[in-house]
Design a protein around this ligand. Structure first.
Ligand code: PLP
Length: 381
C-alpha cells in the first residue's frame, strides 16, 4: 500500500479535494472568456476575504514576491522606512527594505515577543517621520499573532503607510484591512487560503498606490498590474490553473463564512495547545486564542529535533516542521490553518506521542489526544 502522507505544517497546507479536482481540468487561455469569468470572481472573492474595497493585486509568485512588490513600489532609496520584527518574517521585511536601499529603522524585538503599540510609538518618536511601517500579523516562525489594530493605529497617527504581512493569517484569524486602516496587506495562496503554493497577493490602498517609490521594477509594478486587472486582462501569463484553484478555495472559505472559519481555527489552536501541555511539554507560542495559526513547542533537552521530525516523516508519513533562524533545533511546530479539522490535530498529536516513545522519551500514550478532544468539545460549548 502506498504511504499515506499527512501535511501538518503552517504552509504549504492540505488542499481540499474540490480544489484539487479543478486543477485536473484542461488549461485554458488566460485571454479567453472562460478564464475571465474565473479571474473576475477570484479577484472579487479576494476582496471579500481581505475585507477591503481596494484592489487586491494577484501575482504569480510565492508570498515573498508579494512582499517584494510592496517594497519595490514604496521605497525611494535613502528614504526612512521602519520595520518591526520579532521573528523570521519580520527580519525578511528588514532584509528587503535594506536591499532596496531604504534608510532602515529596525525595531528588532526578541523572537517570540508580541510587538506592543507603546514600543512602536517610542521607536517612531526616536526615529522621526518614516514613509512606511512594516508589520507581521502572524509570525509563523514563532507562532505569535500580533494584535495588529493598535499597531496600525500608532503607525497611521505618525503619518506612515502601514504594510502588513498576512501570509499565514489571512483566512485564519480576523483581519480588517480597511477598517483598521492597513494600506498594504500581503498574502500567499498556500496557507489558510487552502490552495497550492504559487500565488502572491497584495491589497493596495489609494495612499499606497500614490506613494510610488522610485525603485526600479517591472513585473511587480503595482500600477501595471492594477490597470490590467481592472480590464480583466492580466499583464503577464498568470498561473491559470492556480487561479482556478484559488477561486474554488476562496469559494469554500466564504461558504463556511469568515467568522465560522476564525472560530474553527480558535478551537483547533486550543485543542493542539491542550494536547501539548497534557504531554508535559512547554509551549513556545502564546497560550492564547489569537495565536491560532501554528503551535510552537519547546523541545525537551533530550530530544534531537531533526531526527524526531525525520522519524515522523519517514516512519509515519507525518510532516511537522522544525524551528527557523535562532529557534532552529530548539522547537518544533504544528500548523493548523486552512483545510484542518479536529482529527488532523489528534493525528498530529498521536504522532508526536509516538515519536517521543520511539526516541526513548517516556510519555503516556493517548494523553495528548484525549486532552485535545476535550478542549475542542469544551470550546464548542
Ligand atoms: N511571511 C510569513 C508569515 C510566512 O509564513 C511565509 C511563508 O512561509 C512568508 C512570509 C513567505 O512566503 P513564501 O514562502 O510563500 O514566499
Amino acid at each position: 500500500m502506498p504511504e499515506k502522507r499527512y501535511l501538518f505544517t503552517p504552509g504549504p497546507t492540505p488542499v481540499p479535494p474540490e480544489v484539487l479536482a479543478v486543477m485536473a481540468e484542461p488549461v485554458v487561455h488566460h485571454r479567453g472568456p472562460d478564464f475571465k469569468v474565473t479571474y473576475e470572481r477570484c479577484l472579487a472573492r479576494l476582496q471579500e476575504v481581505f475585507r477591503t474595497e481596494h484592489d487586491v493585486l494577484l501575482f504569480t509568485a510565492s508570498g515573498t514576491g508579494a512582499f517584494e512588490s510592496a517594497v519595490a513600489n514604496l521605497v525611494d532609496p535613502g528614504e526612512r522606512h521602519l520595520v518591526v520584527s520579532a521573528g523570521n518574517f519580520g527580519e525578511r521585511w528588514a532584509d528587503l527594505v535594506g536591499a532596496y536601499g531604504a534608510d532602515l529603522v529596525h525595531l528588532r524585538l526578541p523572537w517570540g515577543e508580541s510587538p506592543s503599540p507603546d514600543a512602536l510609538a517610542a521607536e517612531l518618536e526616536r526615529s522621526g517621520p518614516v514613509e512606511a511601517v512594516y508589520l507581521v500579523h502572524s509570525e509563523t516562525s514563532t507562532g505569535v499573532v500580533a494584535d495588529v489594530e493598535p499597531l496600525a493605529r500608532v503607525a497611521k497617527e505618525a503619518g506612515a503607510i502601514v504594510v502588513l504581512d498576512a501570509v499565514s493569517s489571512l483566512g485564519a484569524v480576523p483581519l480588517e484591512t480597511d477598517a483598521w486602516g492597513i494600506d498594504v496587506v500581503v498574502s500567499g495562496s498556500q496557507k489558510a487560503l487552502m490552495a497550492p503554493p504559487g500565488l502572491g497577493m497584495v491589497s493596495v490602498s489609494p495612499a499606497a498606490l500614490a506613494a510610488r517609490g522610485s525603485s526600479p521594477r517591472y513585473y511587480f509594478d503595482w500600477e501595471r498590474t492594477q490597470k490590467a486587472q481592472r480590464k480583466l486582462d492580466a499583464p503577464f501569463t498568470p498561473a491559470v490553473t492556480l487561479v482556478r484553484a484559488l477561486d474554488v478555495a476562496l469559494g469554500l472559505i466564504l461558504e463556511e463564512g469568515l467568522q465560522d472559519a476564525f472560530d474553527r481555527h480558535v478551537r483547533l489552536g486550543r485543542a493542539c495547545r491542550e494536547g501539548i501541555k497534557a504531554m508535559g511539554l512547554e509551549l513556545a507560542s502564546p497560550d492564547e486564542d489569537r495565536s491560532a495559526v501554528v503551535t510552537t513547542v519547546r523541545a525537551p533537552e533530550e530530544l534531537d529535533v531533526k531526527s524526531f521530525l525525520l522519524d515522523l516523516r519517514d516512519r509515519l508519513g507525518v510532516q511537522l516542521i522544525g524551528g527557523q533562524g535562532e529557534w532552529a533545533g530548539k522547537v518544533f511546530r504544528i500548523g493548523h490553518i486552512g483545510y484542518f479539522d479536529l482529527f488532523d490535530i489528534t493525528t498530529a498529536l498521536a504522532a508526536v506521542e509516538d515519536g517521543f516513545v520511539h526516541a526513548g522519551i517516556p510519555v503516556d500514550r493517548g494523553v495528548a489526544v484525549s486532552a485535545a478532544l476535550n478542549a475542542f468539545e469544551h470550546a464548542r460549548a
